[in-house]
Design a protein around this ligand. Sequence first.
Ligand code: AMP
Length: 362
Amino acid sequence: MTDFTAFGLHKKIAANIHKQGYRRPTPIQAQAIPAVLSGRDVLGLAQTGTGKTAAFALPLLQGLVDRRNRAPRALIVAPTRELAEQINTDIRGYAAGTGLKTLAVYGGVGKYPQVKKLRAGVDIVIACPGRLLDLMNERAVDLSAVTTLILDEADHMFDMGFLPGIRRIVRALPAKRQNLLFSATMPGEIRHLADDILVRPKVIEIAHKRPKSSVSELLFRVEPEHKTRLLKDILATTEIRAALIFTRTKHKAKSLAAQLQRSGHAATALHGNLSQHQRQQALRGFKSGRFTLMVATDIAARGIDVSGITHVINYDAPATVEAYTHRVGRTGRAERSGEAFTFAGRADGKIITQIERRNGKK
Ligand code: AMP
């Protein structure tokens, strides 16, 4: 497959993806688009950064375009508000000019504007489980016309305790529908969920076990009391366009960002103690380049796609190999290259060994 024309996409959609600068489908797109177009269920083992949003969104839009309906026909469930917003933004870009309406539905913001938009008619709902269940309980959302269900980052939904909620949502949908499930990893619980929901799915596995080769990974041996000094030295001597810095705790994310600001860096923080408005402001500022540094916790940074992140810095070593993969996956996206620095002291020996084993190199 050399370009997108082979998929026979609607001409507005084709023009939109051309405008985004996409020339060739990524591997997951090359496999998923024809499968989804043919109506099959899909199990996609891939993380963000592989182009999976377009892999499900383009064929979804193709199936919805030119057919009007008031109640939503597609439901996309995502674990975090940031991911829901990002999917919404991506889909709006792909759907521009088609008249298809999308709505992101999540908590932490007023419910009424969402209810009003749902009443006015929406084609695609992108939802976080909590708020969606809330709206379902209040009968503010009509899921009776849903023909496509997409579960994105299913492993994170499991990590965050959303699986019982997901099962309740699924039970409320019409039985006859297409199902797509994406997950970077396959813990047993997700395997069960996939077995329960998907019907003879096409399984697409995109090398998800290691970060993409466009990312170079560097380990710094440093004890906790010297980390901030080291970080400042790196920031002073490295050409960094945009860096995502990970800390273990919300408190540390906040204090480190403040410290960096005091030493003259354009830094912001993203963590779970912020209001939805503050989170959006931080993310928007980072995306626009107003902040070059964003200090974040794992949960807050899950799935975020900011193009042009040149560096990921693990100020605190990640707790698991999976978390490492996700963090490092924030850079080097879509064929760009990036650098990942990990600070580790004596106490981090075990996780570093695991990462090295997974990477197959020291
Ligand atoms: P995702 O995995 O969906 O988060 O996508 C990762 C990044 O790749 C996003 O910034 C997309 O805009 C970009 N992208 C997706 N598909 C393509 C493509 N075919 N060509 C170039 N960039 C793409």
